[in-house]
Structure formats: C-alpha cells, structure tokens
Design a binder for this molecule. Sequence first.
Ligand SMILES: Nc1ncnc2c1ncn2[C@@H]1O[C@H](COP(=O)(O)OP(=O)(O)OP(=O)(O)O)[C@@H](O)[C@H]1O
Ligand SMILES: Cc1ncc(CO)c(N)n1
Ligand SMILES: [Mg+2]
Length: 716
Amino acid sequence: MNADLSLYLVTDAALCGDRGVVETVRRAVDGGVRIVQLRDKDATDAETVDQLVALSQAIDGRALLVVNDRLDAAVAARERGARVDGVHLGQGDASVLRARKVLGPEALIGLTANSPAHLDAVDALPSGTVDYLGVGVIRPTTTKPDHPAPLGVEGFRGLVSRSALPCVAIGGVGVDDTEALREAGAAGLAVVSALCAADDPATTARQFRRRWLGGSVPRVLSIAGSDPSGGAGVQADLKSIAANGGYGMAVLTALTAQNTRGVRAVHVPPVEFLRAQLDAVSDDIVIDAVKIGMLADADVIRAVGAWLDAVRPPVVVLDPVMVATSGDRLLDPDAERALRDLLTLSTLVTPNLAELAVLAGRDITDWNDAISAAEQLSAEVRAAVLVKGGHLPGDEAPDALVDARRELRQEFTGPRIPTSNTHGTGCSLSSALATLLARGEEPEDAVSAARDWLRESLRAGDALRVGRGHGPINHFAGLWERGGAETRPAAGDVATQWWRGIAEIRTGIDELPFIRALADGTLERAPFLFYLAQDALYLREYARVLAEAARLAPTSDEQAFWADSAHGSIVGELELHASWLTPAHGVSAATFAAEPAPATTAYLDHLRSVAFGGDYTEVIAAVLPCFWLYTDLGRRLHAGELGEYARHAGHPYASWLATYADPAFEEATRRAIAYVADAAAQADPGTRARMRRAFEASSAHELAFFAAPMGPQRLR
Ligand SMILES: Nc1ncnc2c1ncn2[C@@H]1O[C@H](COP(=O)(O)OP(=O)(O)OP(=O)(O)O)[C@@H](O)[C@H]1O
Ligand SMILES: Cc1ncc(CO)c(N)n1
Ligand SMILES: [Mg+2]
C-alpha cells in the first residue's frame, strides 16, 4: 500500500480532554494528519467498535484509520460499515500474520519495533505481511508508561538504516523534532501529546506539515482540460504551480480547441483513459494536493470522484469550471448536478458568482448575497468556499473565504486591476491555492498570498500581447521582472506596504480621546496612570517575547539587538514604577500594581501565542508595531503635529513624552523595521503572509491598548 505516513496521529482520550477524541481527530485531519490510530488501552472491545464507527465518520475518508491492537474490533467495526484501514500491533499483541489474513491484502498493518532484534524478526516474515514500523520512543514520554529507553534521533537513525520498511518515529515527538527526524530517515512522525493536547489540533497539524515539507517541493496534480492557447486549463495550472513553488503534474479530462476569444470545440477522451492517467500518477507518486478544473461530463466527474475516494489526497481544491470567461458553457447540465457530489470530497471550492448561484441553487444579486450563498454551500458540502468577485461591477475585486465548520468568514479586498486580460484567472488562482495549501499554509494565509501573486500576474498580463480577445495573465511576472530566480519583493516595498496596510489603525490611534488629550495637555491623571500601570504590566511580558526573538535569531547581530531591546523594556518598566510610585505623585503601589485590563491581556495573549509557535520571522513581525507606532507617534507629538501643546515644556507629562522622541529609540526602530522587512522579503509567500498577519494583529492591539484608558471598559 502506497500510504502517506508523514503525519500520524495516535489518540489519547485523557489528553483530548473535554473536546473529546472524535473532535480532536476531525480537526487534526482538517490540518493535514494523514493517518489516525485509535489507541485506548482502557476501552472495552464494544466501546472500541463504537469509537471506530464515530471516527470513521469524522475522518470521512480524508485520512487512513487504524486501531491499536484490537483486531477483532477492527473487523466488527468494518461489519458496521466503518472504514477501518488496518491495525497497528505491538510486539506483544496479536500476530501480524493473523491480522494480514483476517484484514486482507489491502489493509495497512503496522508493527512496533524498537530494537535490532525486532527488525530481524520482521525480516523473517513473509514479504507483504507488515507495511510499516513504528520506531521509538524518541524522547521520554508520559503517554506510554512502560516505554523502553529513549532512542533519541541518533538511535532512531541507526535502527531505520537497517530497516527495509518505512519507519514512523514515535514517542515524545514535538514540532521541533520534525527536521531532524525527517533527515534521520523517518517516513513520518507519529504524534500523541503535541496534537491531542493542542489548543487547535488543525493549526498544530499544519505547523507539523509546514515543517515536514519545509524545503521540499509539494507535488501538485491538476486534473483539468487543455487550453492550447496556454492561458487557462492545465497549461495555466502548471505555470501557477511552478510559480508558487510546486512540482506540477497534469491529468487531462478534455481537450479544447480555444483561444483568447472563445472555445471552438471540445474533445473528451474515453473515460477509461482518464482512469489510466490517474492511476499511473497515484500508483507511483505521493500527491500533496490536487486541483480540479474542467470536468466535461458526468462520466468524467464520477471517475474522478471514485479515484479521489480511493486516494484521498490531503488537499483538494475544486474550481467548479462551468462557464469560461468568454461565456461559453464548459459542462453539460447533467454534469452540473453530478458535480455537487464532488464538492463533499474537496477541501476548498472556488466558484465565481455564476457558478455559486448554480451550486447553491439560488439567485445572487449582490456581494452580501454571494457571501450568504457561500455559507450555505459550505455548510451543505462541508468544505471551505472561496467566492470570487472578479465578475462584480465596480472598482473593487473582492473575494471571500467562508468555512461553515470553522465559522470563518473573511473578506479580501483590493482595487480592480484595469485590464481585459483575465483569461484563466480562476484556473491560476485555484492551482496557486492548492500549492500553498499543500505546504501547510493556513487557508487564510494561502488566499492572501495567492491573491498577491495573482494581482501581480494580472498587472503584467497586458505586456504579454497574446491574442486579440481576453488575453492571459503573466504567471511569472514576479520571477522575470526582477531577473533570474529572484521572486522576492524588495524589503523597502514590504515595509511601505505593511505601513500603508495599517493606515486605518494609525488614524484610529490619532483620533482616540486619550491621544488627543495627551497632545493638547488636557489629559487627566486617572487615565494616564491607568495607562502607565497597564504599560508596566505589558512591558514586563513584552520583554520576555523579545527575549524569545533573541533566542531564535539567526545571526548574532540580531540576537544582540533583540536582547538589548528586551533589556530596554525591563528597564523601562522599572523606571515607570520608580518614577510614578513616589509621594510627589501620590500614587500607591496598589494603584500601580493593577490587574491587567482586557486589552492588555488580549495583546499579550497574541504575542505569547506567536512566540510559542516558535517561528522567528513571525515573532519579530509581532513585536514590531510596539517600536514603530510609538516612534511615529512620539515624533509627531514632539513636532506638535497632533497639537501644539505637546511641545510645551510645561506639559504635565513632558518627561514621558520625551522618551518616545528619543533618537536612540528611533534608531532601534529603524533597525527593527529593517530586520523584519528583510526577513519578510526573503520569506516564501506563505510565511510573508503570516508575518503580515502577526504585524497587523499587534497593530490592532496597540489601538485597543491606547483606547482602554478612556474606553467604555474603563468607564464602567
Ligand atoms: N480585474 C481584476 N482585478 C483584480 N482581481 C481580479 C480581476 N479579475 C479577476 N480578479 C480576481 O481573479 C480571481 C478569479 O476571479 P473570477 O471571478 O474572474 O473567477 P473565474 O470566473 O472563475 O475566472 P475564469 O474566467 O478564469 O474561470 C479572483 O481572485 C478575482 O478577485
Ligand atoms: C480548459 C479550460 N479550463 C478552464 C477554463 C476556464 O477559464 C477554460 N477556459 N478552459
Ligand atoms: Mg472559473
């Protein structure tokens, strides 16, 4: 069996807690877990059968399901209609020979092995008895009380090198072990605590996936029609996949005779030949994502559906191509109905407005309508839906990502690019998304990165001069414009873009009563003290996050810089206490040692969750607004831009104002911006999108933090 063992979840009911095993598994599979092992030593056989039935429903074929030890329960669950793919057996459990006999040649059978003697015993079995080995434990772990001495990565490497079978590393495996274990020869990571006890198993699973695939190239298959003019169909898909860093493959559903002005003819090869293409790819190659485009007719749809059901790639992006940009129908009405069944096998569906109306079975008259139709469709087919606003009238080209299961509803807006060269935008977008999702990007980040890339490609389309109708986009604009293999934006452009992106937040800060009163000298003592006390609480924790940035820094310059900044924050915190806790100010220690306000807690939670994720680039993006917004505000206050009185020597808080207009602080901010912008410019598009999200979230928290001293919370 050509199973993808890369991310293997082993359940532990106690660690799943109130969320329960079923919900934990559902979310972990959403995030890219490829194989689930039900392991519950305390459950009775009858309970195990019930759990297998429930898990099989939650997994819904998206990952493999095996059970630890309980061969009879596996058989009984199969009799009740559950899809149980196999068993994992320990050295002391039922014989693997018996398991193979009972479950059949297609079943997945795993065996625990943690010594050379175990490996020799496996070698002595008839070939085809065992599919993979679980080798561990890697580190000491509490989830297996009777575990043997930990192997560590080197012990694992030694055992794996002697094994002819794929080996999954198990026992105390955390996200930070990913690269070392992959490099040591692991076929996958078996994870218990890190996933079962995660806040959100989907996010953690994606983290594992990103790290596992880090540096490697995702293998992305397009199942679509051919457009000989090269702007749409598999031709566009292969270009998009390549432009977004994937290895592209293509299975043809249909050949069209079309150009930039329209479709002249369609030829659909026999469906047996489609099946032969699909099997040829999946029999040999692990597929990280599938993009589905034009499907021609109901037979083709059913063949693709059956193949998907058997292979279950981790990411399926379905672009329900029904009508070409030229207006030509690309699917017959019978097939439009069959298509709905395929949606339930998808991760993400990307209809344009007309397609969404057909799929949701209702009229769509405006953008709000479109979003609610997308929500309805998402709930019905249990997939995320990206509704595309490319065909809306007006100056905006919005898209909206909705996922009813996650109650997610996020809009992406941007000015419409003035061009008629939009042939194949839908194909290109969906393949870019498949590629980014295959790398484990969060769906929101994938959409944001794919849109940035698409917009750049749309802007460069006119210069291609292909055809006299709706011409194609330039998929490689980013690559070619900057010469050679350089696909990266300039650091300066990143900084400008990010700063512009928070313009509304900056204006919001300027307009706060607190800032206005600070600028014109009318700020009262109570809100100012409230602010300072919260700031002292904030700075202490902020220093810890800066220290984490120092810990993760790739160069000693950066390490020293963040460590200095951490030091500066602690000193700042102490100075705040020292300068205001004086009889002259009449402030008691009790007033100053206030409880954190909700805005403070929210900001710190955000910073800590980014720091806990352990990605240097995101941590420095998250700490940047605290430098940048303060320097900017300090400079403008000092220059009297927000009110003349801020310059007055008699300003009640003059000494405090001076600290933020300090040239040394300004220099630190300049360096922080440079480190973050350089890192973002060099990062892959997904990382860049995550960095930007962390930056924007911190900026929004800054606004809320400044609002708190005079906000409704405070006045309550
Ligand atoms: N002129 C434009 N400016 C900016 N973005 C655009 C423009 N036209 C389309 N887009 C974007 O292109 C993507 C495809 O949207 P569209 O609604 O055109 O899909 P589609 O009709 O499926 O495309 P296709 O005709 O290629 O099948 C969306 O992200 C949309 O926002
Ligand atoms: C082959 C093919 N697939 C999709 C589209 C949608 O643009 C097209 N025009 N041609
Ligand atoms: Mg389309």
